[in-house]
Design a protein around this ligand. Sequence first.
Ligand code: FES
Ligand code: FES
Length: 165
Amino acid sequence: MTDPRRSLAKSEISFTVNGELRKVRAYPMERLLDVLRHQLELTGAKEGCGEGECGSCSVLMNGALVNSCLVPVLQAAATSIVTIEGLSSGEQLHDLQKAFLEWGGAQCGICTPGMILAACHLLNGKPNPTLEEIREGLSGNLCRCTGYSQILEAVQEAARRRKRA
Ligand code: FES
Ligand code: FES
């Protein structure tokens, strides 16, 4: 049976990824996750469930947190996408990446890029979140390893450091 994601012809689609204009040739219904990983070689976004349940494929699209496994690439046309690769600047880790490292918020790492992007999205909108707000902000992202407490502590610590800076 034909894959419905490949039932229309490929076309050229442009969008900005991590501040750079990128053009891809893709089937309109191809998943943004696949285009990022296979065409643009941005393998930070991970595939967990492939069904919008785990958040490991999270990216920011025009500032909104989206599950890239659910976004047809055509929907990303002319948008601005940020992946985990876009957070650090050169060798310099993003403050959330540092906090996750220091607080043991990353173990196997599958959930980590999505968690960090969800935390980034949360702190962009709420610089001083309560623990409950952090839990809620990360509620679309599942982790099988950490038991969540180190992740929550890492986000709290990043928020505290931003406040002190
Ligand atoms: S892989 Fe996209 S939500 Fe799980
Ligand atoms: S660190 Fe392994 S799933 Fe979260």
